[in-house]
Design a protein around this ligand. Structure first.
Ligand SMILES: [Zn+2]
Length: 293
């Protein structure tokens, strides 16, 4: 599965949201699906283990989504994922070829190509780059900004965190771990520009200092550490120790996954960031604490 196809899937999601007229959050995948004359139904509660389905029968398409967790963010992602199968080139053909019924299992855990593409479509649809970047530029740096983004966009915190790292206008790294092992990591472009960084491999251990932080986070519970720890680029990425970072962690509430966000108010005013003169001038008049924390 090429990274290119995933990027294309994400961009198609963004395009569909834009064509549907969304210029602000939240994008509503249910309304978009209905506007495409897809029959949308909630999944019967006795059907377990799937997050959604897309069924082609004759000229009709039926989209089924899970609402069993009573979680709007999860529902939106499920609907957006199935909408992806409807919209992405080649997906309807593949589904029809396999008998017309496609069953999906929820988000970012799959390895099959159409599942991954549908997940990327969904995150592009719910969190278009422009809207996400703009929102992050106007809210608090770091974990609080991600939580606010998830609320505003009515999507899961995991999806918001991943897209935040992809779209962030400032240096930010998002690391998802399970137990003491790294599951995956996303770095914003501005973060990558902080210097030569070692690659965080799946399955490699968290830095020892970060491991200690996990003591305070109960598994399967949403927990935000009130006080964030200070770390630096050397501890996590073998980069420059002089670059200080705030480290914030959040339990993701399922399977013991934990989200770590590395960012910094200081680095947010990256001198390399492209900025027009007017914004620069405005910045000098805006007290630093306006970013708040
Ligand atoms: Zn699927």
């Amino acid at each position: 599965m090429g990274k290119f196809r995933l990027t294309m899937a994400c961009q198609l999601g963004e395009k569909i949201a834009e064509e549907a007229g969304y210029r602000e959050f939240p994008v509503e995948p249910l309304a978009i699906a209905q506007s495409k004359e897809i029959t949308v139904q909630a999944k019967p509660s006795d059907v377990k283990g799937i997050s959604g389905a897309l069924i082609f029968a004759g000229n009709d398409a039926t989209l089924i989504y899970s609402n069993e967790y009573d979680n709007l963010g999860f529902e939106n992602f499920c609907i957006a994922h199935e909408l992806g199968h409807y919209c992405l080139p080649g997906h309807p053909e593949e589904i029809i070829q396999q008998g017309g019924t496609h069953l999906s299992r929820a988000g970012f855990t799959q390895n099959s190509s159409i599942e991954l593409e549908a997940d990327h479509f969904a995150s592009g649809l719910l969190l278009p780059t422009g809207l996400t970047r703009q929102f992050l530029g106007e809210t608090q740096i770091g974990l609080q900004g991600i939580i606010q983004l998830a609320e505003k966009a009515q999507c899961s915190r995991t999806a918001a965190a991943i897209r935040a790292a992809e779209c962030s206008p400032y240096p930010m790294a998002v690391i998802v771990s399970q137990g003491n092992e790294i599951a995956y990591a996303f770095l914003s472009e501005a973060f990558k520009n902080l210097g030569k960084l070692s690659y965080l491999r799946k399955g490699s251990p968290l830095p020892e200092s970060a491991t200690l932080n996990f003591n305070g986070v109960p598994e399967n519970v949403f927990a935000v550490r009130q006080q964030c720890a200070e770390t630096n680029l050397k501890i996590w990425f073998d980069g420059m120790a002089g670059i200080k970072l705030d480290e914030e962690i959040l339990g993701l509430g399922k399977y013991g996954y934990t989200l770590t966000v590395l960012s910094s108010d200081e680095l947010a005013d990256d001198p390399y960031e492209e900025d027009d003169e007017e914004a620069e001038l405005e910045k000098t008049w805006t007290p630093r604490f306006a970013y708040g924390r």
